[in-house]
Each structure stands twice: as C-alpha cells, then as structure tokens.
Write a protein that binds this ligand. Structure first.
Ligand SMILES: O=C(O)CCC(=O)C(=O)O
Length: 272
C-alpha cells in the first residue's frame, strides 16, 4: 500500500497532481499492453468491443474504449491497485464522513497516434462541483481524482498529458485560452507543463486542474488507461452500468468500488 505522505499532501494541494513512479508491476504492465495489442484500431465510434464502447472524446483524441473494466483481467486489477488506492481514498473518498467510500465513474483505455491530442479543459474557474478541489477542517473533499497510467514511455513528442499546476484553485479564466488554435491544443498554452512518464508510471490529479493531452508528433502509439475515482454516491457520466457478470466475479473490496451502494428495489405491490 502507498498511504499518503505529508509530502504528497503538500504537493497535491499546491499543484493539484502527483506523479507515481513505477506504479505498475512489470507483469501487469505487460498484460495490459497485450490487451491493447488486440483492440481493433478500426472499430467504428459507438461500436462495442467485449463490453467496452468506443467513445472518443473528440475527433482528435484517438481510439478511446470507455467502460474498459468490462474487458476484465488486468483492467480489474487497477480498481484497487496498492500504488494509488489509499491516495484516492484520502483525496476524494469523503474520509471521516457518513458517505466515506469511492466509486469509479469512468474508465477508459486510450490509444493515441500521431496528430492526436486532447483539448485543454477544467480549472478552478467556474469548475463543476464534480471536479472540485477542496481541503478544509483537516480533510480533503475532492469530487473526482483521475489516475492515468502510462503503458508506453511518454516523453517529448509522445503526446504527454499536460497540466497547469495550481489551476485547480484558479478564480480567473485562463486569459490566453482559445488563442492556441482550433481544438484548444494545449502544447503552447502558457503555464502548461507536460507530464513525462515511463511505461508503468502513473499521474494522479484532481479533475478540477486544467489539463489535456499534448499533440502526439512521434510515430507509433501512446497507450494509457484513465480511471476516474469519485465520491461513493456518484454516477457514471454517460450512463454506463457495470454488468452483473463483472460485479459478480470481483473481490468484495473491488465490487464495493464499482457498486458502493447496492441497489434497493421496492418489493411487493408498488401501488399498495
Ligand atoms: O489524454 C490525456 O493525456 C488527457 C486526458 C484528459 O484530459 C482527460 O481524461 O480528462
């Protein structure tokens, strides 16, 4: 396990993100890459692949398989991975409250080829409550914390995730946002820094941080998983539901993260 250290809290509060080096074991990394190898790169948008759906955020983000937990195997091992589970509980698990717990509200397997990018978004300015950063009375109360795992090395030209450190607390709109080309490419946005990672590293960040994905200019593919953790009473963004088959094969601890509140349906005569 990797419980939050005082230095984690300091830098997470200050910057809105943390880099977790060597988060994935080599064997898990290899099995995730093997699963990525067989994704049909020509899957049409909207089509399903073993319970995951191609739903690219934009025309330029590349192949994004949403709800990838349904693919099972190594994707399930990420749910409560010891490299980050205590950190996400600490930052967005409503610690020491009556609704303590977590929920994964989005999980994505992403493949980005040359030319692809993810437009800049989020930031403290008028940010949704869902992505909000909050710390008060000695506890974190973030709405959503993302874990992006690098399955390939991500250096210059590879399309690194970019962040604007500290922007999760911003009270003003970025004055230069919108000046950097169609599609809000983040590459040259003042204040933005690339998060370079080795395969197996992960970046943890509060969703309220201004972030996006820089342009991939190198040949080949950038491969990442994106898991969004949030409060136990959250809901999936696009209406996906975890299948009974998936829920039933999970350990109780993992199941609690995909189904923190088991459904409670009325019984008997609903009119009576
Ligand atoms: O693709 C990336 O590096 C960034 C992804 C992103 O911005 C997001 O998932 O919200």
């Amino acid at each position: 396990m990797r419980p939050a250290q005082i230095t984690d809290d300091f830098f997470f509060d200050l910057n809105g993100y943390l880099v977790l080096q060597g988060a994935l074991e080599p064997d898990l990394l290899a099995r995730l890459n093997s699963a990525f190898d067989v994704f049909p790169r020509d899957l049409p948008r909207g089509a399903w692949f073993h319970g995951a759906q191609r739903r690219d955020y934009t025309a330029e983000t590349g192949l994004e398989l949403h709800h990838c937990l349904e693919l099972g195997g190594p994707f399930e091992e990420l749910i409560d991975h010891p490299s980050w589970i205590d950190l996400v509980r600490h930052y967005c698990g409503e610690e020491q409250s009556y609704v303590e717990g977590l929920f994964i509200d989005e999980c994505i397997a992403s493949v980005r080829a040359s030319g692809g990018h993810h437009p800049v978004h989020s930031g403290g300015y008028r940010g949704a409550l869902r992505g909000r950063f909050d710390y008060r009375h000695g506890v974190f109360r973030c709405g959503q914390v993302n874990i992006i795992c690098a399955l390939t090395d991500i250096g210059p030209g590879d399309g690194a995730t970019m962040v604007i450190p500290g922007s999760h607390k911003s009270n003003f709109e970025h004055p230069l946002k919108g000046n950097y080309g169609a599609g809000e490419r983040m590459d040259h946005l003042p204040g933005a820094v690339p998060v370079h990672l080795q395969a197996g590293d992960a970046v943890l960040f509060v969703d309220g941080l201004m972030h996006g994905g820089s342009s991939r200019t190198n040949p080949g593919e950038r491969r990442v998983t994106i898991y969004r953790y949030g409060v136990s009473w959250g809901a999936t963004r696009f209406g996906y539901r975890y299948s009974e088959a998936l829920l039933n094969r999970l350990t109780p601890a993992r199941r609690r993260i995909l189904e923190p509140i088991p459904p409670l349906l009325p019984t008997g005569d609903p009119t009576g």
